[in-house]
Ligand binder design. Sequence first.
Ligand code: 5RP
Length: 222
Amino acid sequence: MNQDELKQAVAKAAVDHIVPHLDSDSVVGVGTGSTANLFIDYLAEHRNGFDGAVASSEATAERLKGHGIPVYDLNSVSELEFYVDGADETNEHLELIKGGGGALTREKIVAAVARNFICIADGSKKVDILGRFPLPVEVIPMARSHVGREIVKLGGDPVYREGFTTDNGNIILDIHNLDISRPIEIEERLNNIVGVVTNGLFALRPADLLLLGTAEGVQRIE
Ligand code: 5RP
């Protein structure tokens, strides 16, 4: 199977996993990216089995609405049983790097609210140590140089994502060559830099379930 087929397999597996738990009041948290898009397309086939969704980006909201799925403001939702999203990297502890699509802040907020965070990823995303994928950091525009200097002190090489503005009106610095052998510590240190909105490490709140697409089938890792 190629990478797209593996993404389809995990997207479908996530839908199969959550649909039996949904009812007419259920609201589903939905991530961003190509794997999440496939999840949306499969979820739409069960449109009558749940109420609506909370979106982690404007792009995801548009896709959900395109399928006729109501999109709710997170503030108006009291319970979120499931959040389903892709990742750029995962380790065996289900700690993740996310934000390749720049939606990391809203993704982290929705993941924080959800009782179950299900990560869907093709096998290429599984690594021993996080950090080969440059770590995205969302930054308030006026703090760009300051945050960049602080990241250099941590040993990373920040690269400004040219021509990209997040849904929140901010910029992204992608950190190359950062030692992420201690993900929780790095997540906290980056969070403590003034001007950082969010970083793409999901270690303080890792996924609860990883559905990983491999040549042998979809692996469940908890
Ligand atoms: C977007 C993300 C995505 O989940 C991540 O980039 C993976 O994307 P894809 O499913 O297209 O490989 O974090 O901000």
